[in-house]
Design a protein around this ligand. Structure first.
Ligand code: PMP
Length: 424
């Protein structure tokens, strides 16, 4: 029956949207950080950065059910929950970020962020970092420079998109302490564009480097690049879709780790715990500038049900102290992974913070030759042992570890032990 469903999927569903694994388990239900397939096999879900609270969260399910029975409607009606959610979001951000747009996904949020920057500056040029992913809609796709997510990234890049080097401190142009050179180079590129008569509307970047496998940006990177951007009159967009909401453990937002305040912040994924919900939070003057573009309206963005989801997720994050759990369990897991790196030469580096970790596999610790095939084989073998995790980065040689933030110490150990077995 499983094979038959896979065949039906191939006939009815776009195959360009690939599924995890050649022969994927057919997932039937989930509970906290566990998934169960139709054969009753359980898996540890080390992958799912969307369901930040975990699967099957009872409080969320009940809140959605109650709201659906009471009211759901398009977001141009006036009701309390959309106001409450906007206030909660601005309350979590520096005071100048006081205005919220609600949308349905991360792609939409990044798209809107760029449109806001275009409207507020009257310019179009945007600077993004190489090897980034920001979404699939027109503007978000244009700044998605990752070859892994978009093999045609270079060919499809519109002339208003400019890039600076991937600020990767493990591999790339500058390594280790030398990685402090990425920021002045990016700043110089931003000034050069302005000198050439193409001053930028926005600089867009994840405040913690997601696509490279969950890696901190070099110290001071955003401070220097934001300064250069503002010097030429551009706006700074922080894409928090993947790293925001406490996943990093140390901070609620990624930009806080860099000691900067963006002009525009994008959020999605965790914000709805899997329900389609995203937001752009910005300053009132930037939000108001969008009027020059005309009209903004998203039928379901911030609908009564979506807003209740957003509020309930924030309540649960706070009440269950999930950021603290991300910090503590993440630190424990990172220690375990670093210990594995001492015994297994295939591990080149362990990246990340909180429950946003990456294990980078290399064939050689000097040349850093990516162990791409090995990483795929490790994921397949882990799956047989009941752990779901997948590769990331343009080289597909980093295990991206982004479990629900309710992960327990015991499950972190189960994962580390399984990885130890597979590598042995
Ligand atoms: N920005 C970042 C950093 C992302 O990781 C993603 C999704 N992987 C997006 C934007 C796009 O979000 P969505 O898939 O919800 O459209």
């Amino acid at each position: 029956a499983e094979t038959e469903l896979l065949e039906r999927r191939e006939h009815s569903f776009a195959t360009v949207q690939e599924h995890y694994f050649e022969t994927p388990p057919q997932i039937e239900r989930g509970w906290r950080h566990h998934l169960v397939d139709t054969r009753g096999r359980g898996y540890l879900d080390m992958l799912n950065n969307v369901t930040i609270l975990g699967h099957g969260h009872p409080g969320l399910g009940e809140a959605v059910h109650r709201q659906w029975q009471r009211l759901n409607t398009n977001s141009r009606f006036h009701y309390a929950s959309v106001v409450e959610l906007s206030e909660r979001l601005t309350g979590l951000l520096p005071a100048e970020l006081d205005t919220v747009f609600l949308v349905n996904s991360g792609s939409e949020a990044v798209d809107l962020a760029l449109r806001l920057a275009w409207a507020a500056t009257g310019r179009q040029d945007v600077v993004a970092v190489e090897e980034a992913y920001h979404g699939w809609t027109y503007a978000s796709d244009a700044v998605s420079t990752s070859i892994a997510d978009n093999p045609n990234a270079l060919a499809s890049r519109p002339p208003w998109v400019h890039t600076v080097a991937a600020p990767n401190s493990y591999r790339g142009r500058h390594r280790g302490p030398q990685s402090r050179r990425y920021a002045p180079e990016a700043a110089a590129r931003i000034r050069e564009l302005a000198d050439q008569g193409r001053p930028l509307a926005a600089f867009v970047c994840e405040p913690y480097y997601g696509n490279a496998g969950g890696m901190a940006l070099p110290d001071g990177y955003l401070r220097q690049v934001y300064e250069a951007t503002r010097d030429v009159g551009g706006l700074c967009v922080a894409d928090e879709v993947q790293v925001g909401y406490g996943r990093l453990g140390s901070h609620f937002w990624g930009f806080e780790q860099q000691g900067v305040v963006p002009d525009i912040v994008t959020v999605a994924k965790a914000m709805g715990n899997g329900h389609p919900l995203g937001a752009v939070i910005t300053r009132r003057d930037i939000a108001d500038a969008y009027r020059t573009q005309g009209y903004f309206f998203s039928s379901a963005g911030g609908s009564p049900v979506s807003s209740v989801v957003g509020l309930t997720v924030l309540d649960a994050l706070r009440d269950e102290d999930l950021q603290t759990n991300a910090r503590e369990i993440g630190a424990h897991l990172k220690d375990r992974l670093l210990e594995l790196a001492e015994r297994h030469a295939l591990i080149g580096a362990v990246h990340g913070s909180g429950l946003y970790l990456g294990v980078e596999f290399v064939r050689d610790r000097e040349s850093l030759e990516p162990a791409t095939e090995e990483t795929a084989a490790i994921c397949d073998r882990l799956r047989e042992l009941g752990v779901i995790v997948q590769p990331t980065s343009d080289r597909q040689c980093v295990l991206k570890i982004k479990p629900p933030l309710c992960l327990t110490r015991r499950s972190a150990d189960v994962f580390a032990d399984a990885l130890d077995d597979v590598l042995t």
